[in-house]
Ligand binder design. Structure first.
Ligand SMILES: [Zn+2]
Length: 391
């Protein structure tokens, strides 16, 4: 568990194939059938709640259409076309998504083209990502993204060109509800007089916000919440969770793979914090200096957010321990392994040392916030706590 915690958890999770999309087997088969029977509509509207996988499904569908060596169930994954779609660099695959002036792209008339590199890293990290995550990825700060008139002008110009390498051009428009009316009307024109061999895929979380004229031009594909059993399977296969862990998270995730991943990360963080805090306290009891140095070094390798999360976890354990020490069981909250650890730890947290105890942890949090060296902060903390237990 500890090793995985240090890796960027969900780094490479490229979705360009149906086999990577969680659940929705029936929908996948329907989409594949339209391609195999050569009756791909020129305009599609994929819609579903956040985390249900409407964008991954559209990406896989695009990959399948562009593949030059399609299998019965999926794109081949190895032709020249798949190689490019898999990296989101296929010249006949176009993307439109909400953007705005950001810290790094600060000019008038920004369009999706200005953010393609960011878009690729975003999709690589998690194609189930939310709009809020996208805005934070491109550092929009408090601004909202839009799909502007400039954007639709560019799209119209691009669509007047022939496909470069494939029979088809595919355009994925993510969050089309972010189009202003002018942009919407331009898109409507494209949908009404579609360029030949072009497939538009609108991917929406709020289709009611679209112009009805646009909606009526598209073939609708409702992407429902993912079933619990599909979520469970995906968490086991893709995240290596045990059956029990996966089932528990799937039950809480409300059909959203995005939420499931978030819960898995939170659970992992809790587990890590618990084990590390317990082990650190044991080394403090023993005043084992070499062990304290090792703990400090490991904690120093975490990023700042995780260091703070560890210290805040420590504060919580101290609070619970004190409440337990004074027999205030009704306000004690303990989960899982904490139920064994905290009652053993509680006798050492007393009215005499609680102020120093929490004071040291809070001081460490403040030091981390002002960018002090993690190694020094954690070693200093460990030595002070060890001294506290000695008294
Ligand atoms: Zn292929």
């Amino acid at each position: 568990m500890a090793i995985a915690y240090f890796e960027k958890l969900y780094l490479i999770f490229i979705i360009m194939f149906f086999r990577d999309v969680v659940g929705h087997e029936g929908l996948k088969n329907r989409l594949i059938k339209t391609v195999r029977e050569n009756r791909v509509s020129h305009a599609w509207l994929f819609f579903g709640p956040e985390g249900s996988g409407a964008l991954p499904l559209a990406l896989a569908f695009a990959g399948y259409i562009l593949c030059t060596n399609r299998g019965e169930k999926d794109a081949c994954g190895s032709c020249a076309s798949c190689n490019k779609t898999g990296k989101y660099i296929h010249p006949d695959l176009h993307f439109v998504f909400p953007v705005n002036r950001s810290r790094s792209v600060d000019k008038d008339g920004v369009t999706s083209d200005d953010f393609m590199a960011d878009w690729r890293t975003f999709l690589n990290a998690n194609a189930y990502g939310s709009l809020t995550q996208w805005y934070s990825h491109i550092e929009l700060e408090n601004k909202q993204g839009v799909i502007s008139t400039e954007e639709s002008k560019r799209l119209t110009a691009k669509m007047s060109l022939k496909a470069f390498e494939s029979d088809y051009k595919v355009v994925i428009i993510w969050q089309p509800e972010k189009m202003n009316d002018q942009a919407g009307n331009k898109l409507l024109k494209l949908l009404e007089e579609p360029p030949p061999l072009t497939v538009f895929m609108l991917v929406s979380e709020n289709p009611e916000a679209l112009l009805t004229t646009i909606r009526s031009r598209c073939l609708s594909v409702k992407v429902p919440r993912i079933s619990e059993s599909d979520l469970k399977d995906a968490l086991m296969q893709q995240k290596g969770l045990s059956g029990d862990q996966a089932a528990e998270i799937a039950r809480l995730a409300d059909g959203s793979y995005l939420r499931a991943i978030e819960i898995a990360e939170e659970t992992e963080e809790e587990d890590y914090n618990f084990a590390r805090f317990r082990d650190l306290m044991r080394s403090c009891f023993k005043s084992n200096i070499p062990e304290l140095v090792k703990h400090a070094e490991e904690l120093a390798t975490l990023n700042r957010e995780k260091q703070k999360s560890f210290l805040e976890y420590g504060l919580r354990v101290i609070r619970e321990s004190l409440a337990l020490h004074f027999d205030q069981r009704d306000i004690v909250f303990m989960a899982g392994k904490e139920k064994e650890f905290i009652p053993n730890f509680a006798p050492f947290v007393t009215g005499n040392n609680i102020i120093t105890f929490t004071g040291e942890l809070n001081k460490a949090i403040a030091d981390i916030e002002r960018n002090a060296s993690g190694r020094i902060v954690f070693l200093d903390l460990a030595l002070k706590l060890a001294a506290l237990f000695k008294r």
